[in-house]
Ligand binder design. Structure first.
Ligand SMILES: [Zn+2]
Length: 262
């Protein structure tokens, strides 16, 4: 997002010690990105860039409503075990991701954070198992948001998956200078189905070997993407995620489920 080069409210990397020390920050956002090819037209950092931007906007929206939400720096690497034959894909094993998250959670525990939202921007990051493992040992309420699923995808012809229309539109909105301008150079994001019927029918799941499953590393046709659709989608996602963060800031961990909403 173009901004005026003053520190963005709630973005930890841009804050001073007194700003953090002298306020209460009940909710933190931890974006989970990735470093991997995104078709032929988007940058390796797409997921990290989008996760960081959504986190910053959510923090701004919450702070404007009077709830202090801090956006932590993004984890720039994701789980990419099936893309390691693509140059400069950097993989973080799920077990490493768990160790990173455990250390972040422990670092936040003494400082009044009540809820930590894992703001995921990469499909290979399956964070639920991490949260299931860590939640019993921390008082911080842990939640996961896959940002690309947080808004209405029906504005897209085909939202697509990896570097598809949704993700392309979002980068066109947030960082247009990083999108290859000549659309003739964009791959069509065609992907190959599994040769196993059980996988095609959804009976079984197997990780996709990216160089077998894709042609241009993309999954989903990006060519209908527009910056306007990206803006609309991201604004709605930010609104919904912000509303959740404000809820979480005052939630009672002993009463997250009840027969009637309070
Ligand atoms: Zn991506």
């Amino acid at each position: 997002m173009p901004h005026d080069y003053s520190p963005r409210t709630g973005v930890l990397q841009e804050q001073t010690w007194p700003a953090m020390r002298d306020a209460h920050w009940p909710v933190a956002l931890l974006p989970f990105g990735a470093t991997e090819p995104h078709n032929t037209h988007l940058p390796y950092g797409t997921d990290t860039i989008l996760g960081s931007e959504v986190a910053a906007r959510v923090a701004a929206a919450c702070n404007a409503r009077g709830t202090n939400v801090v956006a932590l720096p993004a984890v720039p690497f994701g789980v990419n075990t099936t893309q390691l034959d693509l140059p400069f894909t950097i993989n973080l094993m799920p077990s490493t991701q768990l160790a990173v998250l455990r250390d972040v959670v422990r670092s936040l525990e003494p400082h009044g954070v009540r809820g930590l939202v894992l703001l995921n921007a990469h499909g290979g990051n399956e964070l639920r198992a991490l949260v299931r493992e860590l939640q019993p040992s921390t008082p911080i309420m842990l939640a996961i948001v896959n940002w690309w699923q947080a808004a209405d995808q029906s504005t897209f012809e085909q939202a697509g998956d990896h570097a598809g229309e949704l993700e392309t539109a979002a980068v066109m909105h947030v960082a247009p200078h990083l999108v290859v301008p000549d659309r003739a150079q964009w791959g069509d994001g065609r992907s190959n189905p599994s040769t196993l019927e059980g996988v095609r029918k959804g009976v079984a799941w197997m990780p996709r070997r990216w160089t077998q499953a894709t042609v241009d590393t993309g999954v989903g046709d990006p060519r209908a993407a527009t910056a306007e659709n990206g803006a609309t989608f991201m604004e709605q996602a930010v609104e919904r995620i912000s509303a959740f963060c404000c809820e979480l800031a005052v939630a009672d961990p002993a009463r997250l489920w009840a027969s009637q909403a309070p």
